[in-house]
Design a protein around this ligand. Structure first.
Ligand code: APR
Length: 175
């Protein structure tokens, strides 16, 4: 699997699936969640309403990943994954963040996706330290054994984030 790092707006990427750093309500919010819903249009909101209707408690769970169609976005699917809110790293946050990446990869594989793009999950409103989050993201993706996936894009929103990913990749020859 080829791993790419870039700085840009994930809503513009022509990959099979983009991942949304959602909340457990799964009906939109701020940050990248808001950007994805704005760009996708009301069709995505309607998809999310249908998704929430189907879920046992009509809500999502941190670390899980939920796939919908993508409305007006250039990608085929949006995978909504509620990341952990960072407290101190000792309340299961690392495991839950890793689960976001792992379960998103699984959802993409179930649809035979060949490419997927991730934002920096939980590092905005949810306050996850960027470097720790990037290490978890890279480690989880690198440990995954793909069947259909050939390309994983880490779509950072700021150059600072991209530099963090690149430093970890270079330092740890994680590739
Ligand atoms: N493209 C790519 N990345 C983006 C974009 C975009 N258009 N907009 C924001 N980001 C980046 C942020 O800069 C940050 O690095 O996404 C990362 C995740 O930040 P948030 O969107 O704040 O997500 P998170 O920290 O996981 O918090 C989730 O925030 O927006 C609400 O509804 C969301 O309640 C949920 C919570």
């Amino acid at each position: 699997m080829k791993i790419e790092v870039m700085t840009g707006d994930i809503t513009t990427l022509e990959v099979d699936a983009i991942v949304n750093a959602a909340n457990c309500g799964l009906l939109g919010g701020g940050g990248v969640d808001g950007a994805i819903h704005r760009a996708a249009g009301k069709e995505l909101f309607e998809e999310c309403l249908k998704l929430v209707e189907r879920l046992p408690e009509h809500r999502g769970y941190t670390g899980q990943a939920y796939l919908t169609k993508a409305g007006r976005l250039p990608c085929k699917y949006v995978i909504h994954t509620p990341g952990p809110v960072y407290r101190d790293g000792k309340h299961g946050e690392p495991e839950l963040l890793a689960a976001c990446y792992e379960n998103s990869l699984r959802r993409a594989e179930e649809m035979r996706c060949t490419s997927i793009a991730f934002p920096c999950i939980s590092t905005g409103v949810y306050g996850y330290p960027k470097e720790e989050a990037a290490r978890i993201a890279l480690k989880t993706v690198q440990a995954f054994s793909p069947v259909s996936l050939q390309r994983v894009v880490f779509c950072c929103f700021g150059a600072g984030d991209e530099a963090i990913y690149r430093r970890i990749i270079n330092d740890e020859s994680i590739m």
